[in-house]
Design a binder for this molecule. Structure first.
Ligand code: NAG
Length: 236
């Protein structure tokens, strides 16, 4: 009787907890998994020769900027970024609709991101609500992708540097205030990457660009963005 009541309580609490907490406690994906059904969006960036696709993350967060003075002759400087990385690759890899979902997902996520409950509903509806980890910049301003929620040792982490870039395609979502989508990037290991990953492509960007000048800007500010990070490593 006690056991039954307990397990009912646990079920009710778990049921209540999922929509509130968003992501489950245990990450359901093993590592490494090769996402062999997904073709990288076409770009002029160098190809991932000899590497295999291990994760596709939807990053939702901010690009950070600083302005030396609030004047039209000053230009905003990039000051890192912070984004939560959601696992979209696992679902897309077995989704017959992946080809049309890939180009629309970043813009849609960006448009929902001011409304966390609605964003979460979208992520849950697509099976994209498992968090892989975070994209952040270290205090030495090294762009870092740390997939600390993936249960593997060592954790998959890319410490990277920008090796190539191209403007986002004209079809890219220009962002909440038409600021423009941040460029697509090819990011390679800057030393110390772990867990079988060493290369990241920032693709399918939405928003995130700074205004052209610092006129009426604060000394530091953020611009909301979303992007997909296609994460590769050597075959294992
Ligand atoms: C970027 O902005 C976010 C949100 O305001 C902040 O939490 C984060 O620390 C900032 N990152 C850097 C490198 O400035």
């Amino acid at each position: 009787m006690f056991d039954k009541a307990m397990s009912t309580a646990v079920i009710v609490i778990s049921f209540l907890a999922i929509p509130i907490l968003g992501s489950p406690v245990v990450f359901p994906r093993a590592n490494p998994v090769v996402l062999s059904n997904l073709a990288i969006p076409s770009s002029t960036l160098p190809a991932p020769d000899g590497l295999v696709l291990k994760f596709v993350a939807l990053g939702i967060g901010t690009q950070n900027y600083t302005c030396a003075s609030p004047s039209s002759s000053a230009v905003p400087a990039s000051n890192g970024a912070l984004a939560t990385l959601y696992d979209i690759g696992t679902k897309l890899n077995s989704d017959p609709g992946s080809a049309w979902k890939i180009p629309i997902t970043s813009g849609l996520a960006l448009s929902l991101s001011p409304y966390p409950a609605i964003l979460n509903g979208f992520l849950v509806s697509q099976g994209y609500n498992n968090v892989l980890g975070e994209h952040f910049f270290t205090s030495a301003m090294v762009p870092t992708f740390s997939l600390f929620d993936v249960p593997s040792t060592p954790i998959p982490q890319v410490n990277c540097k920008k090796s190539a870039s191209m403007p986002a395609p004209t079809s890219a979502c220009p962002g909440e205030n038409n600021e423009g989508a941040v460029p697509w990037l090819y990011l390679t290991d800057a030393g110390g990457s772990t867990g079988g990953v060493n290369t990241v492509y920032r693709l399918e960007t939405a928003g995130g660009s700074a205004p052209a000048t610092c006129e009426s800007s604060a000394s530091s500010f953020t611009v909301r963005y979303a992007a997909q990070y296609w994460i590769y490593g050597p075959p294992s």
